[in-house]
Unconditional design. Structure first.
Lengths: 319, 290
């Protein structure tokens, strides 16, 4: 369904932030996109909805949604999809609400825009959506301003705003990163329940493997603008194939059941204006060979539903 | 002990700002003073004791008396009356020109700031060029060639005063453009126009209002200056600028002809500036959030 490259052309360099990433998303599926900072996951999401980027991005490829190519359709068409069929949950709820407008004014916006509802009907819908996310006394609280809410409450409101049109797809860009840990768990539970209730597909972007492992059906691991591995979430966490994924899991406490020494991944992610030849991970990979430096590995199916972009894995040299 | 309910008071940023403004004594005093002046000026035909052109030549320039509280000018015209009528012109010029400059400046700045890139560069270079223009000469040439109509005066001042406004608005729009809530608004499917009008402009209303209040006195000063040069309002109509000029001409013999208009004008400018400052303090969100 999606095959995408995003390139930023700067005066001095060209940054290939997303390099022919392709994946598909089924109805009701929760897809995790995991990667370090700068691996291109947020750019990927922005590109999908053609959200404004700085500097302007150059998009190539296709992103088909119900037969419409999101990358090439008209502005009017993509506006009718944004917030209506595909909604976004942003990372920092306290920044994503306009401080000068009451919550109600912002929550009714998508409803008024995408339907013919009157203001009164839209408000009812907004209150109902807010109720569903578990905000107490929603009918009254909705008249407050964003700064009168806590981060967790605002993120609930954000979820309500994303859900108010009952979209087909929600793109959640690190929805819990700005929250503290106890609130994170609450938000995830709420999201999980609402998404299951309404059969909404989710693209869940995060750098936290622990969260997606529980939340998602499938996980894409991104590195340097490419997908290195895609697998069912449980299988990925239990037995990661790609050396990068293994290293990533090894560096997070408490994902696997057995106790282990936390490891770090030496080095830094590559400079995307000049990505390394061959496998993008080879400079940091413990298993790299000369072949890895030359050939760009393709995603290869190593087990049913499990794809990995590693030459040595595909050749059965690593297990 | 009984349970206490914490009342959630939903104070809007606006109400909060009003509260802060009302606590600023200088600003409130200025506001009251200004209000009185404006009302008196607007109501000049009703309350003025004489007609602004009525001459009593035998009287000449006389000092304050019971009949003429502020005295009369060289032609025996009542100074109080002429001040009231002059206020009408001065305020009309000030407000109209400010309005024109706000409209042009906000539109220009918002478009440039939102569009960015080449459009922005071209639009802002135009502003730079106009900035560099010797404005006084420009207005004088305009007046000389197109005649001395009051309308032209508004237009000339307005077209010059919008430049700073455009720069302020453009800068603000540029910073807000990449804020997350604007991005979120794009993500909701709102059109550019709606985003600018609903999400960006209210957020920069503060700087716009403040700068507008500060534009009013500068425009009034400009009008006074042009009238002083004899390019503005034509006699027998009066404006504060004209009265000050006439006063200055006869300063040696009849100083009150300069002092009364001068004091009134200065006080008005002071008030407008105090109000502008007060508004800035009241609106700035960093000042709030107690």
């Amino acid at each position: 369904m999606i095959n995408l490259s995003t390139t930023f052309r700067l005066p001095l360099s060209t940054i290939q932030a997303v390099r022919s990433v392709s994946f598909s998303l089924d109805k009701g599926e929760a897809l995790g996109v995991v990667g370090e900072s700068g691996s291109g996951k947020t750019v990927l999401m922005h590109s999908l909805l053609r959200l404004p980027a700085q500097p302007p991005a150059e998009l190539r490829g296709q992103a088909l949604y119900n037969g419409i190519d999101l990358l090439t359709c008209s502005d009017a068409q993509i506006r009718s999809i944004r917030g209506n069929r595909i909604a976004v949950i942003f990372q920092d709820p306290s920044a994503a609400f306009n401080p000068y407008l009451r919550l109600v004014d912002q929550l009714v916006e998508p409803v008024m825009l995408h339907t013919t509802a009157t203001r009164r009907e839209a408000e009812e819908k907004a209150v109902q959506a807010l109720n569903e996310t578990g905000i107490p006394d929603a009918a009254k609280r909705i008249r407050a301003y964003p700064h009168q809410f806590s981060g967790g409450m605002l993120q609930r409101a954000m979820i309500a705003m994303a859900l108010v049109m009952e979209p087909d797809i929600i793109i959640a860009d690190e929805p819990t990163t700005a929250l503290d840990v106890t609130v994170q768990a609450q938000i995830l539970t709420i999201m999980k329940r609402l998404i299951a209730d309404k059969q909404i597909s989710v693209i869940f972007i995060t750098h936290n493997l622990g969260i997606v492992g529980e939340f998602c059906n499938r996980i894409n691991v991104m590195y340097a603008g490419r997908i290195l591995e895609t697998a069912p979430a449980t299988a990925l966490v239990a037995s990661a194939a790609h050396p990068y994924t293994r290293a990533l899991i090894g560096s997070v406490p408490g994902i696997t059941d057995r106790p282990h020494r936390l490891t770090t991944i030496p080095g830094v992610p590559p400079d995307l204006s000049d990505p390394p030849a061959g496998c993008p991970f080879h400079p940091r990979c413990l298993f790299a060979t000369d072949k890895c430096m030359r050939d760009l590995p393709e995603l290869t199916e190593i087990a049913p539903g499990r794809f990995t972009a590693c030459i040595r894995m595909a050749a059965g040299e690593i297990t | 002990m009984s349970r206490t309910t914490v009342a959630t008071v939903h104070t809007s940023p606006l109400r909060e700002s009003v509260r802060r403004f009302l606590h600023n004594r200088a600003a409130v005093t200025s506001g009251v003073f200004l209000l009185i002046i404006i009302i008196a000026s607007v109501a000049a035909p009703l309350i003025a004791p004489y007609s602004y052109a009525e001459q009593v030549l035998s009287l000449g320039a006389s000092f304050s008396s019971v009949q003429h509280p502020l005295g009369t000018d060289l032609l025996g015209r009542d100074l109080l009356t002429r001040l009231l009528y002059g206020g009408r012109i001065s305020f009309a010029v000030g407000l109209c020109a400010t309005f024109v400059s706000v409209v042009i400046g906000v539109c220009w700045g918002a478009i440039a700031g939102w569009a960015g890139g080449k459009t922005d560069a071209v639009m802002m270079r135009i502003v730079d060029i106009l900035y560099a223009f010797p404005f006084t000469i420009f207005v004088i040439i305009l007046m000389v060639f197109l005649g001395r109509s009051l309308l032209l005066l508004f237009a000339a001042i307005g077209t010059v005063e919008w430049l700073t406004m455009a720069r302020i608005v453009r800068g603000q729009v540029r910073t807000l453009r990449h804020s997350e809530y604007v991005e979120a608004a794009v993500g909701l499917g709102l059109s550019r126009f709606t985003i600018i009008v609903r999400h960006i402009l209210p957020n920069i209303a503060g700087p716009i209002i403040i700068y507008a209040t500060l534009t009013v006195p500068s425009v009034m000063l400009l009008e006074a200056f042009l009238s002083f040069l004899g390019l503005g309002v034509q006699p027998p109509a009066s404006s504060w600028g004209i009265l000050i000029r006439e006063g200055a001409e006869s300063m040696e013999g009849y100083p009150w002809l300069l002092v009364y208009p001068g004091v009134l004008f200065s006080a008005t400018l002071f008030s407008l500036n105090f109000i502008g400052d007060g508004l800035r303090d009241a609106i700035d969100p960093r000042a709030g959030k107690r």
